[in-house]
Each structure stands twice: as structure tokens, then as C-alpha cells.
Write a new protein. Structure first.
Length: 254
């Protein structure tokens, strides 16, 4: 998930500290700085940043003009002083905020917490749309993975994927030319978007294209490994051993 970030604070030092802490994070497509409410509103209207580092005083200026513009798809992270009277209000409303003095740790933690919520929200909508299609009797599956990177948007055809490995909020797509590419998505969410007639889960962290499987090899440990036509050897977990029966039964003559 690639996002735009806005720093709305008149203090140049705040801008420098925030940009230094998070400026190199690969999920950030664009990082903008607004020195006053008017500039911040103009940038927000044009770019609709998903995360806004917002000086608490900006929320009180212009009759809350900027705060009122924030949509449900944006997460504000308020920057405030320890003595500010707004802290109790921010706490009671469970709003994100950082108390000065700023630090890279505080800023990165706040950023990644907000990013995780944005990602979860995006996954929830995708799952909901897929569920509705399923109820209608017309489940839809993706034919491309849209991968946003700084300066580009890549479209990877699902037909090119041989297998998928996952870790946390990322998956690695292993392609037919032996290359791989990172995709910000959980493996559980991606599995629901793939055609189960084409892909099968063999491990909590592995999904395989069925057509690439050549052999289920029993190891000395009593566990099976899945051998792909490219020679790749992947572990089959005990909880997914039923995969062998499912796939071999499909191959039995009628």
C-alpha cells in the first residue's frame, strides 16, 4: 500500500524531524509540508493524503477548516505539547497524537500504527466485496496484483505466479521467470482473492499454483514436501496434509 503523507505544522524543525524519521519509508509515495492552515487545506484537497501529521493549533484555526476536511480514509496524528489542554480530549476520543519533544521512535511508531489501520481497512473492504459477490453466486477472483512503488504502479498477472510466501503484512510473489516481488498484503487476505481451482494453501505461510505441483515427497521426519516443476521444494504442514487427498482424488479417472 503506497500512501501520501502531509505534515501540517508551521515549525520547520517539526518538518525536518518528521521527514528525517519517516521520509525513507518505502510505503510513502509523497511527503508534503504545509506551513499554515490555508496551504494545508489546498494540499489536502489536491492530494487527499492518507496520513496527516497535524499541529494541534491547526485544528483550532479557520474554524476547524482542515480538521473538518479530513475524510474517513485519512488518519490524523496530532502533534502537541505536554502542557496542552487538548491532550485529555485526544485521549477520551482515542485520537492518535504525539507529545513533544519528537523522536524518530515516536514518529515511526505512530506512522506504522496508522498504516496498519489503513491496510486493515482496505482488506476489510476487499473481503466484504468478495463476500457479497459470493452470496450472489458469482464469486470474483483477481487476475492482476496491483503493486504500488515509489514512482510507479506495477500490474502483475496472476497467471505468472508459481507460488506465494507470506510474512506478516507482506507476501512474496514468486514468478515464472524465477524472480520475485514484494506485495503489501496478508497471505490470508490474498488467498481469498485467488481462484481455489488454481491455487492451494499448503502451509500457513505458503500458497502454490496447483498446476506446478509434480510430487508429494515423504521425508524421514514423516512430513511431506511439495516438489514443483521448477525443482523448488516446499514444506507441506500437517494441518494442510488433506491437500494431498484433495488433489490426487481430482486426478482419479471416473
Amino acid at each position: 500500500m503506497l500512501i501520501n503523507v502531509l505534515i501540517a505544522d508551521k515549525c520547520h524543525q517539526v518538518y525536518e524531524e518528521v521527514s528525517k524519521a519517516i521520509g525513507s519509508i518505502p510505503e510513502i509515495l509523497r511527503l508534503e509540508w504545509a506551513r499554515d492552515t490555508k496551504e494545508a487545506c489546498a494540499i489536502y484537497s489536491e492530494q487527499h493524503p492518507e496520513i496527516v501529521f497535524l499541529a494541534i493549533e491547526f485544528a483550532h484555526e479557520g474554524e476547524n477548516q482542515l480538521a473538518g476536511m479530513l475524510s474517513e480514509s485519512s488518519i490524523p496524528i496530532f502533534i502537541t505539547d505536554a502542557k496542552s489542554e487538548s491532550i485529555s480530549s485526544l485521549k477520551s476520543r482515542e485520537m492518535d497524537y504525539i507529545v513533544k519533544p519528537l523522536s524518530a521512535k515516536k514518529l515511526k511508531t505512530a506512522f506504522y500504527d496508522a498504516l496498519d489501520r489503513l491496510t486493515a481497512s482496505s482488506q476489510t473492504m476487499a473481503n466484504l466485496n468478495h463476500f457479497i459477490d459470493t452470496l450472489k453466486g458469482h464469486p470474483t477472483y483477481i487476475d492482476k496484483c496491483v503493486i504500488k512503488e515509489p514512482g510507479s504502479i506495477k500490474l502483475v498477472n496472476v497467471d505468472r505466479i508459481r507460488y506465494i510466501t507470506g510474512s506478516g503484512n507482506y507476501v512474496k510473489l514468486h514468478l515464472d521467470d524465477q524472480s520475485h516481488i514484494l506485495f503489501r498484503e496478508t497471505i490470508n487476505a490474498l488467498e481469498r482473492l485467488l481462484d481455489p481451482k488454481v491455487f492451494v494453501r499448503i502451509h500457513r505461510s505458503t500458497i502454490v499454483r496447483i498446476g506446478t505441483i509434480e510430487e508429494f515427497r515423504l521425508m524421514e521426519t514423516g512430513l511431506y514436501h511439495v516438489i514443483l516443476d521448477c525443482g523448488e521444494e516446499l514444506a507441506l504442514s500437517k494441518s494442510h496434509r488433506c491437500t494431498i487427498e484433495q488433489l490426487t482424488m481430482k486426478e482419479q479417472p471416473k
